[in-house]
Design a protein around this ligand. Structure first.
Ligand code: 8YV
Length: 317
């Protein structure tokens, strides 16, 4: 009999789905109508879980899966998994470390340029026929130059460093904050987030959200100021979204480029309706190349976990 695995999120690479189906009995949780009843009936047989970074897995669900040998996260963020509990249980939780760094950094820079240059609003202006109605160049306000901007990176892990490499190519002075100074990073370390915001034209959020909920609040946004931009490619809950919505609406910051939100897929109306924001639907890793590499790592982690080996990408064992 094939091992039974529970998949909490779709995988968008057909070849990987075929491979999964050939090796395992795959239960697609997202297609099950009565999930609670299903779990009660089949939970005991599940040996591996595949989930997304944002979705993770609740402790309540883990407790209903007593035969579990591995949780493979198809992403790098593990803030939605109770790692302490998994450690206690000796359960490997794996992530796709390194696979999505470049794409997430690409989107961070893309969102920042889009926000500075009002690319999305400009697109709407042309697409909606507004250009013909308002042909004067003064119909669209001048934008903000990205090259040379002071960039403040919040979280200097793999993604933060990849953002820094890209920003440096645009002659941007770079500062960063993290839990501590890093000897192998050539940029200025600023321990206080408000000081970093004050010194920055743009803050780029690349931090893990495990211990940093709501760190971007009204005080930080005011320190960033009315010419400042915020980019978030990490987790929505790093930001106090009410504070951000107010700052955007009142023009207390210049703009924001956001790929992630507190309660996805719900996005506050103030953020959706403003021309100061450029929005994406949590797409930073969503390329064929990266999702293919991530899914391959997930397959390897599941195979290693089911074979009773410590998965190479395990964060807990
Ligand atoms: C994932 C993410 O790609 O890596 C993460 O933590 O949030 C995402 O970008 C997403 O979870 C897809 O599974």
């Amino acid at each position: 009999m094939k091992p039974q695995i529970l998949q909490l999120n779709p995988i968008l690479i057909p070849a990987i789905n075929d491979e999964l189906a050939s090796l395992y009995e795959v239960h697609k949780y997202f297609e099950i109508a009565d999930q609670a009843a299903w779990l009660q009936q089949h939970g005991a047989a599940i040996q591996a879980v595949i989930t997304g970074g944002h979705t993770g897995i609740s402790r309540a669900m883990l407790e209903q899966l007593p035969s579990l040998k591995v949780v493979a996260v198809n992403g790098v963020g593990t803030d939605a998994v109770d790692l302490a509990y998994c450690r206690e249980r000796g359960l490997p939780v794996t992530a796709t470390l390194g696979a999505l760094t470049e794409d997430v950094a690409d989107l961070a820079i893309g969102l920042l340029i889009a926000a500075c240059r009002n690319i999305a609003a400009g697109d709407r202006f042309v697409r909606d026929g507004q250009w013909e109605l308002h042909p004067s160049p003064s119909a669209i306000p001048l934008a903000r130059r990205f090259t040379g901007m002071n960039i403040g990176i919040v979280g200097m892990g793999r993604v933060g460093r990849a953002v820094a490499t890209r920003a440096a190519a645009f002659n941007c002075p770079i500062r960063y904050t993290d839990l501590g100074r890093m000897d192998d990073v050539p940029h200025e370390f600023v321990s206080d987030l408000r000081d970093l915001a004050r010194a920055s034209d743009a803050l780029v959020l690349c931090a893990a959200a495990d211990k940093a909920e709501g760190i971007i609040d009204a005080a930080v946004l005011d320190a960033l100021g009315p010419r400042g931009f915020l980019v978030n490619v990490a987790r929505g809950r790093l930001v106090n979204e009410d504070d951000l919505a107010e700052a955007i609406t009142a023009g207390r910051i210049a703009g924001a480029g956001l790929d992630v939100f507190v309660d996805e897929p719900r996005v506050p109306a103030a953020l959706r309706e403003s021309d100061r924001t450029t929005l994406q639907a949590h797409r930073a890793s969503a390329t064929w190349e990266t999702r293919g590499a991530m899914a391959r790592m997930v397959l390897d982690s599941v195979a290693q976990g089911l074979a009773g080996q410590r998965p190479t990408m395990s964060l807990t064992t």
